[in-house]
Ligand binder design. Sequence first.
Ligand code: ARG
Length: 412
Amino acid sequence: MDEKQGSKQREKVVLAYSGGLDTSVLVRWLIEERGLDVVALTVDLGQPGEMEEVRRKALATGAVDAKVVDAREMFVADYLTPAIWANALYQGEYPLATALARPLIAKLQVEEAHRQGASYIAHGCTGKGNDQVRFEVATAALDPSLSVIAPMREWKMTREEEIDYARKWGIPVPVTVESPYSVDENLWGRSCECGVLEDPWREPPEDAYEWTTSPEKAPDEPLYLEIRFEGGLPVGMDGEPMDLLDITRRLNDVGGEHGVGRIDVIEDRLVGIKSREIYEAPAAVLIIKAHRDLEQLTLTREALAGKRPLEQRVSEMAYEALWFSPLNRAIEAFNRTLQERVTGVVRLKLYKGRATVVGRRSPNSLYDLGLATYDAADAFDHNAARGFIELWGLPLKVWARSEKEAGGGTDE
Ligand code: ARG
């Protein structure tokens, strides 16, 4: 090390790098405009693309260091697991693939910043979306001393200017015809917006979908599958033990073939904008549907009544950049306790875009045939029902009597 000779050592920034045009231009911009040394961090969350190629591109573009982290297991263990326990669907529909990935990427950036002695984090999100909020709030929650740079919010470059800038600095510009959509993908789902999708009246064209067959073209024969859960998490499929990562990939494939998991919504962004989004998330849809059903079989009515509203809170916190909040951690602990009972097998039927639960069983089943049946085996005490009704209806009976008396004109 011969730092004394050179000028003052440059400060470092850890950039969340995808290898696309935006983040590549960002590498150069951070060097030129901010005078920083750029460490590119690429996180493998099961999205398509050759990660080693992305890493090389970062170095070729001027990064002083480029790292690829395979975070798929971490994503499954620390993000998808609590999301499944919470049956997390934002506004009842979106399984949150993009939203769940952001705090994890931020966490890895913060860790890398600590290793590198960097004082900055950078991301390529625009100023209109949720992701900027997620990156920055997560970073603040993990290390409030780090500063975040969001160049896309600062610079005024159009797409054309970006391409010129890239050419000027020898950054490879994609030669393939550009997708008319803005897409984000990981193993929990694919998010797609922009282009013709911005007209909320217009049916999404087929080319907006990549993971799923259109229901019309899906096989004419239904597919049955069985997911085995232990402690509220999938541990096998069709009688074979499998880990959650493999189950997710497998369900994305077979669900996609049957046209399951297409979601078309008008969604409320955190920054106040309503937007139209298309999601494809076959595995997430199937797993959550099956999991929720198994909870109905294995948890008490009280537990479910307590849990369901918290599920919505988790979905909101995931969406609204509060993943690393104390409430989210506390709800995760709450869910962990209840999930001990959520063990069993759920049978699903996939047919032309629809997934239906058609069977479920569990060693912890609270379903008692003797109590439920209308057959001769009936074990339910019908007499007990009479007393129950008497007491259950007592408050209303008292109220009705009082109403009647008041209505009798005896006031004052
Ligand atoms: N609206 C979704 C969210 O905020 C997904 C955004 C993903 N980005 C994209 N380019 N489609 O979680």
